[in-house]
Ligand binder design. Structure first.
Ligand SMILES: [Zn+2]
Length: 443
């Protein structure tokens, strides 16, 4: 694998010299063929995967009924869609996403926590004991772009580009932390794409607050809440900017764009939305200002998804999924129940009926289904199945064939342990712990 990587990276860097961050949306007219594989891989099926952490139909359905979320609504009409049953008891996002990306149970892939034991050191990429989709694809000579995924710092060499989950952190460092991105030659580019929360203007932030809100006054009155809004949105904006800058660097077979913000925003602001006025015992003005943040954040998420979709042809095979849902209010009043067992799953592909509704699939069905869409067999040690509900007749035949031809296991493709030094920065680690604490993820 590494032999092939050394051959790929120089070509990648040469391509990247053509563009960079801050290029905005120019130069996209030539992207009609984005993702269409070239050369020897012309027959292989590509896939776009958009992960929206904590997206829940219970929030999306009423917004769509109101005429909001036009992109997701239109996509749903082109896709087969249903509920995604996550693990129960409810688990943490790093564990859930690692299960989605490896198709094996947490006891096998080993990613379970945000931080390790009493030291509270953030868990790093060496925790993965099972190969992820990008490792399996890489072994098949196929490339991946993956950004922002949990537990991917330090980014490690894959066939393609991995932008780690540490991109938003350590902005005050003079020299960027090693391992923000692989290949390392892209470090300056991804750092230039980061969005500093302090630079977000009142005019920009106003979109998340009711019309006519005095944003400057809100910052004075509720600095912590406004700081959360800035931090979470800036992180998502930075990843969108990175994807915008790097999407054209290669015809990726698998393009995995992930937004963590919807979950963070839900933890920070759902209670304002969910609790009825009579049950709200806090400051009425505070509730009024932050009441619409979650829904309005989904309006922005819908726009971001629209932009990512626009980089690919209109019928490009695409999955949009979450790792769990998000509950509403606690019936007894203050606070929210937070993570729910039911997330979302939508798949647009010639192998699925447009507009079909398939009830539900299990979280561990996602990886085998994604592999099948990429025209690769799942492994027999993956407990999930390829989703056949909502598939066309041709799709069902194809999946039945793929199911019969599973490989024994991909576990031998697990990333080598301990390859490369992890740069330690206690300030960055504390920054991450602070954020995890503010979300209630750790004590
Ligand atoms: Zn969460």
């Amino acid at each position: 694998m590494h032999m092939r990587l050394t051959a790929v990276v120089p070509a990648l860097v040469a391509l990247l010299a053509l563009g960079g961050c801050g290029g905005g949306k120019e130069g996209q007219a030539d992207k009609q063929g984005a993702g269409a594989s070239s050369g020897a891989m012309a027959e292989a099926s590509p896939l776009l995967f958009i992960g929206i952490d904590s997206a829940d139909w219970r929030l999306l359905d009423p917004l769509m009924a109101e005429g909001r979320l036009p992109v997701l609504k239109a996509f749903r009409a082109q896709a087969a869609s249903g509920r995604m049953q996550s693990f129960y008891p409810l688990e943490k996002s790093p564990l859930l996403w690692a299960s989605i990306c490896t198709g094996v149970e947490p006891a096998v892939h080993g990613v379970s926590e945000f931080v390790r034991g009493s030291t509270q050191k953030p868990v790093t990429g060496s925790a993965w004991h099972a190969p992820a989709l990008w490792d399996i694809l890489g072994a098949a000579g196929r490339s991946t772009f993956v950004s922002g995924m949990w537990t991917t710092f330090p980014a490690r060499p894959i066939d393609g580009i991995m932008v780690s989950d540490y991109l938003p952190y350590g902005r005050e460092r003079e020299k960027p932390l090693a391992g923000l991105v692989s290949p390392d030659s892209l470090a300056a580019l991804v750092v230039a794409c980061r969005v500093d929360p302090a630079t977000l203007t009142a005019a920009q932030l106003a979109r998340f607050l009711p019309q006519g809100t005095d944003v400057a006054a809100a910052e004075k009155a509720w600095p912590q809440q406004m700081a959360k809004l800035r931090d979470f949105w800036a992180a998502d904006l930075g990843y969108l900017e990175v994807a915008r800058a790097l999407r054209g660097s290669r015809d990726f077979d698998f393009f995995f764009f992930y937004l963590r913000g919807p979950d963070m925003i839900s933890h920070g602001f759902y209670h304002y939305l969910a609790i009825g006025e009579a049950d709200w015992h806090g400051d009425a003005a505070e509730r009024a200002v932050f009441r619409e943040v979650v829904q309005r954040y989904y309006d922005w998420t819908d726009e971001a998804v629209g932009e990512v979709l626009s980089w690919f042809p209109p019928d490009y095979p695409t999955v949009i999924a979450s790792d769990h849902g998000f509950y509403g209010p606690r019936p007894e009043g203050k606070g929210t129940i937070e993570h729910s067992e039911w997330g979302i799953f939508m798949v647009r592909s010639p192998l699925f009926e447009p507009g079909a509704s398939f009830g539900h699939l299990q979280l561990l069905d996602i990886c085998p289904t994604v592999l099948a869409l990429l025209d690769l067999p799942p492994a027999r040690d993956m407990p999930g199945k390829v989703l056949a509900d909502g598939a066309t007749t041709r799709g069902r035949d194809r999946f039945a064939h793929i199911e019969k031809n599973r490989v024994a296991s991909y576990l031998a493709l697990r990333p080598a342990a301990g390859s490369g030094e992890v740069e330690q920065d206690s300030a960055v680690e504390e920054e991450i712990r602070r954020q995890l604490r503010s979300l209630g993820y750790i004590k």
